[in-house]
Design a protein around this ligand. Structure first.
Ligand code: LMR
Length: 403
């Protein structure tokens, strides 16, 4: 007898399965447009120079040791993270009613926040955009939420936001439902609401007494400007919302495998902080006890030093400008080759990803026939494009659409 003999095989995680398939593929012109991870124009992973500088300083700091961090993490790091998100002038910071918890990247921050909402506040229903990052659903259901619902977001016909559908689905949501919102650079569509549309969204969330949970995985990546990319969260705070925001340092610091993140919590009153912190402490203690320190120390080192902070901003610009350049190049190539359809959406979308408009069959054709690895939703990571492969990718798209 075996406890495991009847266990069903689980489905693969598409983005990680693609990474493995790509690594195993020996086709010389293969291109990886799967996972959202920055690459140089030589197609190589990039450790940000400012991260190397910080790591050297930390390696030479004999006062650092390997003792446990507190359960809620490295406080100096989470304080600076929350400040970077909310801005120096934030009313929530001035009124001491916001704090951060160091968590395991964006995913861990979402998970801790979701588990708190489900188990401590009794929330059962959450909404995510259609489409969204494929992990939102699994994270929230694993955290104890009972019901996953979608709100309309992407209008495939006009290749843009379905604001009317979005607002209607919020209006139809039950009081207290948790709404996952992408702070900027929506994944996978690269299409964000305008400021006027955010104001409409906020007003329905307020009126219907919903709870906003932001996912901020790309601060700095959408516009190259940290403040501009935090506008939406800051607007909600100014409007008086209580909210959560999961911040990831995977993309903007390139700390993918260091699992560095922060859950920012904005409350109505400082009096509520001790109880909320104590309950989050129990969640973290039961989940992983306390977080790792290396990535948080790097981020803290950079955010607390003006010169390094400026260097970091310039490193972000390097990444975001290369992506913008690749958007232009891809669009130019597709138009030059006469690939069927219109391609203005490639340059209009922002952030790491582009939602090409290719359907699942066409996307799979790209992988199988052209060795261009992309998600079946039609999402491509712009970071995998380089001056040497953009023409090949454009040709592959054209052939796929005309085959
Ligand atoms: C992505 O969306 O490609 C990344 O955030 C990687 C992941 O964990 O899915």
């Amino acid at each position: 007898m075996s406890w495991f003999a009847d266990l069903e095989q689980g489905p693969p995680i598409e983005v990680f399965a693609l990474m493995k398939q790509f690594a195993d593929d020996d086709f010389p012109q293969k291109v990886n447009l799967g996972a959202g991870a920055y690459r140089t124009d030589e197609g190589k992973p990039w450790v940000l120079p400012v991260v190397r500088t910080a790591e050297k300083a930390l390696a030479n700091d004999e006062t650092l040791n390997k003792e446990y961090l507190p359960i809620l993490g490295f406080e100096a790091f989470s304080t600076l993270s929350t400040r970077m998100l909310l801005g120096d002038d934030s009313p929530a910071l001035k009124e001491n009613r916001a704090f951060g918890v160091q968590c395991l990247s964006g995913t861990g921050s979402l998970r801790v926040g979701a588990e708190f909402l489900a188990t401590k506040l009794g929330k059962t229903v959450f909404y995510y955009s259609k489409p969204t990052w494929e992990n939102h659903r699994l994270v929230f259901l694993s955290a104890g939420f009972k019901e996953a619902r979608e709100y309309r977001y992407w209008d495939a016909q006009k290749r843009g936001l379905d604001i009317a559908g979005f607002l209607q689905d919020l209006k139809d949501a039950p009081e207290g439902a948790v709404i996952i919102l992408h702070a900027c650079a929506h994944n996978p569509t690269g299409c964000d609401p305008t400021r006027e549309q955010w104001a409409q969204i906020a007003s329905v969330i307020k009126e219907k007494k919903l709870f906003a949970f932001f996912d901020s995985a790309y601060q700095g990546f959408a516009s190259g400007d940290l403040d501009r990319d935090a506008w939406t969260v800051r607007y909600f705070v100014q409007e008086g919302f209580e909210l959560f925001c999961a911040q990831s340092y995977a993309k903007n610091f390139g700390l993918y495998n260091e699992r560095t993140g922060n859950l920012s919590v904005v409350l109505k009153s400082p009096k509520e902080i001790p109880a909320v912190k104590s309950q989050i402490t129990l969640i973290v203690r039961g989940m992983y006890s306390n977080p790792p320190s290396h990535g948080a120390r790097i981020v803290n080192h950079v955010l607390s030093n003006n010169e390094l902070f400026d260097q970091w901003r310039s490193n972000i610009k390097t990444m975001s400008s290369r992506i913008i350049d690749m958007r232009k190049r891809l669009r130019e190539e597709l138009e030059r080759l006469g690939a069927p359809g219109t391609w203005n959406h490639i340059t209009e979308q922002i952030g790491m990803f582009s939602y090409t408009g290719l359907n699942a069959e066409q996307s799979q054709h790209m992988v199988k026939m052209h060795h261009v690895y992309m998600l079946s939703s039609g999402r491509i990571s712009m970071c995998g494009l380089t001056h040497s492969n953009v023409e090949y990718v454009a040709k592959s798209i054209k052939e796929t659409l005309t085959d």
